[in-house]
Write a protein that binds this ligand. Structure first.
Ligand SMILES: [Ca+2]
Ligand SMILES: [Ca+2]
Length: 151
């Protein structure tokens, strides 16, 4: 029993030592933190489009750099945005499919930050306008860019 306990303690100590190797404890963060100062500068996040774009928003304490907590929050924020966008895409596609007279299978739907992009070919301007109206009616849609072209 004593030996088991000792083994468990050694294992616990070893894992603590291992965890301390990385300052942040987050390998994705460490990969971006090139100078290993425990913060992400604007220059360091330049390669990550979404992080770079929303740097000011994610820098909650406004110190001009992202700590690991701000970085984790940014990740959650990004995941939520991707999820919301994909929910909109799914909903628009389903509504187009249900819409009579719209060739839904030849319409491609993409969403970014609530902006919906419709592209592909339709048989008439009226069909294109109808598809645009359907997309605009979906909750969460901020804007519809209707690039549908008549065959
Ligand atoms: Ca850094
Ligand atoms: Ca900060």
């Amino acid at each position: 029993m004593k030996r088991l306990l000792a083994a468990a303690m050694i294992a616990a100590l070893a894992s603590t030592a291992w965890a301390q190797k990385s300052k942040s404890g987050n390998s994705a963060f460490d990969a971006i933190d090139k100078n290993r100062d425990g913060y992400l500068s604007k220059e360091e996040v330049a390669g990550d489009k979404e992080l770079a774009k929303r740097f000011t928003k994610f820098d909650a304490d406004k110190d001009g750099r992202l700590d690991v907590n701000e970085f984790l929050k940014a990740g959650q924020d990004n995941d939520a945005r991707v999820l919301a966008d994909s929910a909109i895409t799914t909903k628009v596609k389903a509504l187009l499919l249900a819409e009579k007279g719209v060739p839904s299978t030849s319409i491609s739907v993409e969403t970014y930050e609530g902006r919906v992009l419709l592209s592909g070919f339709v048989d008439s301007n009226a069909q294109g306008a109808q598809a645009g109206k359907v997309a605009a009616g979906v909750s969460g849609v901020k804007k519809v860019q209707n690039n549908l072209a008549v065959k």
